[in-house]
Unconditional design. Structure first.
Length: 364
């Protein structure tokens, strides 16, 4: 009797699984996972050669995993089981501590950090060494700097900073870590919260000889924000607010995206309504953006080499400069910069997160 019950249960599970796989194959495919912020595998093309080589089955497996019916709910069920029932500390490399989701950033990839320093030193030698402007370096810690403690493995942040400073002796280092704590970051995302970093912006500006008013009006988006770790963790984490700061000077600033030719303000409301609301800030990580401040009290200019963390702090720095040029050499080749930028003695700030420096292969 027990054997029959076990066989029936097995047949039912098999039938359900088979029907799910068939549904994944027959139903329209989804192109993108909003929660995970990534493109999903698409239906592979069938051919004798792809079957023979094994490519078809490999691609089919990825396809069924990505297109499985009720996939998001099943991912959430698995994540809850991993964290709450089995007591594991992380799921897919994402851990949750004190309500903050973060990625395990371990170990320190010294070769990657050295590569980053070399690429930024190349920019200095090619475009800046014979110019009169001052050059600065500052590093944004990721959330694990504040969260990891004794519970989770984390990289050697002091060694990372040491390697960057050694590789960039021409740059004056501005330490901003002391201006930050974990509450300055989104709970479900990698990034810092703009409304929490005016002191950090003021510290950077003062170190570069500029000044900011520090007086802002807070504005909230009318939709909840679920950051990249929300989807990666698959946990039912609550949504957050995105707040952006304005004042009369910032309202008058003009931002130009030189890839598309789009001209607008510091905050992109179309992007705020899109898949990643963080791209509200200067339309996200773009190759080349200039911010002009017609109400500036000086004619100073800043060239900001940055990753996505720069998108939300640059609007605050704009108050202290007549013009800021934001450059992302992940998307704009470093050996082509003089075709787009006139280097004429502006101050230069290299501002990068530990996340990028520890995985810097995209820097050109």
């Amino acid at each position: 009797m027990k054997k029959q019950q076990a066989l029936i249960s097995l047949l039912i599970v098999g039938a359900v699984f088979t029907s799910m796989v068939l549904a994944a194959w027959l139903l329209p495919s989804k192109d993108f996972s909003d929660s995970e912020r990534r493109r999903l595998a698409q239906r592979p093309e069938f051919s004798l050669s792809s079957v023979k080589s094994g490519r078809f089955m490999s691609e089919f497996e990825k396809y069924t995993q990505d297109q499985f019916p009720l996939r998001d709910k099943l991912r959430m069920l698995k994540a809850v089981s991993v964290y709450d029932i089995f007591g594991r500390l992380d799921n897919n490399g994402i851990y949750i501590k004190d309500g903050y989701a973060a990625k395990l950033e371990y170990p320190l990839e010294e070769d990657s950090v050295t590569h980053a320093a070399k690429r930024l030193a190349y920019v200095y030698e090619k475009y800046l060494a014979d110019k009169s402007g001052k050059v600065y370096l500052s590093i944004v810690p990721d959330k694990s700097y504040f969260l990891a403690g004794e519970d989770y493995l984390s990289m050697d942040y002091n060694r990372l900073i040491e390697l960057m400073r050694q590789g960039m002796p021409f740059a004056e280092y501005i330490d901003i870590i002391g201006t930050l704590d974990i509450s300055d970051y989104y709970k479900t995302d990698t990034h810092w919260r703009q409304e929490k970093i005016p002191d950090t912006a003021a510290h950077l500006a003062a170190a570069m000889g500029a000044s900011l008013s520090g007086q802002y009006t807070q504005n909230k988006l009318d939709r909840p924000f679920h950051g990249v770790y929300y989807g990666q963790s698959a946990m039912p984490l609550p949504g957050e607010e995105i707040v952006y700061l304005t004042n009369s000077v910032l309202d008058g600033c003009i931002a130009t995206d030189h890839e598309s030719g789009t001209v607008g303000g510091l905050y992109d409301m179309d992007k705020a309504a899109g898949k990643d609301p963080y791209e509200l800030f200067l339309s996200g990580a773009l190759p080349l953006v200039t911010v002009e401040n017609p109400n500036a009290e000086n004619d100073r200019e800043l060239v900001l080499f940055r990753d996505s963390f720069g998108s939300s702090i640059a609007p605050l720095l704009a108050e202290g400069y007549a013009k800021i040029t934001l450059v992302d050499t992940r998307y704009l080749r470093a050996d082509q910069l003089d075709k787009f930028i006139d280097f004429h003695g502006q101050d230069v700030l290299f501002l990068y997160s530990t996340l990028l420096l520890n995985s810097s292969s995209t820097l050109t």
